[in-house]
Design a protein around this ligand. Structure first.
Ligand code: SF4
Length: 333
């Protein structure tokens, strides 16, 4: 199977129907022991210090892993991705365009997905067959989500990992399905581990994966990972076709649409507080102003940059925030 790199979640059903093996470059970057080498490669090639580490990491991962084709998201992702795509083209990488239309009209979503299918020469019937197959795997990840926020058996990191990985199904749908089944069966055997403070994680996935373990030292746990859950398409069963599935996806569209789902999950998961992670040099950091205004829940904004572990100052701020939430909750669980 030919590899194709992704800079963000796109209709992977189309790529699989066309016989490609999708590779999420974000996951390739952040799960590598050499993650900082990927950033260095980008900086050596001229990417500025004052640019988001994800963009540089994606670039390095793409070059270093000999990815020759990628999907470039022209609308609905960030402006930094657009310039990244320009540079990758210069390096001889073939770019297939896709857009999440800003209008967020179902007809526009349909047009974009149809264009994408034409580019790859696949028919809607093939794509829907793949969608059905993937729905079974997506439902397994939903099960892990329930094991986190209902059964209190899965931890916040597992919840993050097994949802974020659905952007590319770890490059092998069958293997990933088996892995999820094993993980679920092991998690089910655990005793519930209920923590006093129930946290939500919102914003782009973190560079600092130790965040999940860190909060657990303070009787707290993440029971919601916003964007990772969106990557897993938890509402795909309700969508009658691929167009509806990608219409009902909160990540690339306007913030008000995203906030509707956030409000629902805050209530459903009985959240006590939210950690809003933003990436240094990312325009999305400004969304913190809107989110704090529109969400009626304590929110702490933390920022990550190039290092994949929490720094001392962020740890201190997290500790103080969790202390405050604990006081607010008093002796109640
Ligand atoms: S963190 Fe922000 S700037 Fe970086 S790739 Fe994501 S959206 Fe773009």
């Amino acid at each position: 199977m030919k590899k194709i790199g992704l800079t963000t979640t796109v209709p992977v059903e189309v790529l699989l129907a066309a016989g490609y093996k999708p590779i999420d470059l974000n996951n390739l970057f952040i799960t590598s022991k050499d993650y900082s080498k990927y950033i260095d490669i980008a900086e050596r090639d001229g990417f500025p210090k004052s640019l988001c580490a994800w963009i540089k990491g994606i670039y390095g991962a793409c070059i270093e892993n000999d990815i020759k084709e990628i999907v470039g998201v022209m609308e609905g992702d960030c402006s930094n991705t657009k310039v990244l795509i320009d540079v990758l083209k210069l390096r001889g990488i073939k770019v297939y365009p896709f857009s999440f239309s800003h209008s967020h009209k179902i007809q526009d979503v349909e047009n974009e997905i149809n264009k994408f299918m034409n580019v790859f020469g696949v028919e809607i019937e093939d794509v829907e067959n793949v969608r059905k197959r993937l729905s079974r795997v997506r439902n397994l990840s939903k099960e892990i989500d329930k094991l986190t926020y209902i059964d209190n058996k899965a931890n916040g990191f597992e919840n993050h990992l097994y949802q974020v990985s659905l952007s590319d199904f770890n490059g092998d749908v069958d293997n990933f399905e088996d892995e999820l089944k094993n993980v679920i069966s092991n998690i089910r055997k655990r005793k519930p581990d209920e923590k006093k403070i129930r946290l939500g994680y919102i914003g782009v996935p973190p560079m600092t994966g130790d965040l999940y373990e860190f909060v657990e030292m303070f009787d707290a746990k993440f029971v919601y990972n916003e964007v990772q859950r969106e990557f897993a398409f938890p509402r795909c069963d309700k969508a009658i076709n691929i167009y509806e599935q990608y219409y009902d996806y909160t990540y690339p569209y306007d913030i008000d649409f995203r906030i509707l789902e956030l409000k629902k999950q805050i209530i459903e998961r009985k959240l006590d507080g939210i950690i809003h992670y933003t990436q240094a040099f990312c325009h999305k950091a400004v969304e913190d102003i809107v989110l704090k205004q529109k969400l009626d829940i304590p929110i702490l904004n933390i920022e990550g940059d190039k290092i994949n572990i929490l720094d001392a100052r962020t740890k201190l701020r997290l500790e103080a925030f969790l202390d405050m939430l604990s006081d607010l909750k008093g002796g109640l669980i």
